[in-house]
Design a protein. Structure first.
Length: 55
């Protein structure tokens, strides 16, 4: 039997690009709204509907 060792090599803060955030928001926005509540309107930004997720 071999023992496995798990090492956490992640940075404390993982860098994320705005493009990556856009992808998650487009595909998982409705799920995030169900889990955390809708963000609503922020400045000139508005909430996307599920129909806006289609590319």
């Amino acid at each position: 039997m071999t023992d496995w060792r798990v090492t956490d090599e992640w940075l404390k803060r993982v860098p994320v690009t705005s493009s990556e955030v856009d992808v998650f928001e487009a595909w998982f926005g409705d799920l995030f709204d169900d889990l955390f509540g809708p963000l609503g309107s922020v400045g000139s930004l508005t909430k996307l509907s599920s129909k806006d997720n289609l590319i």
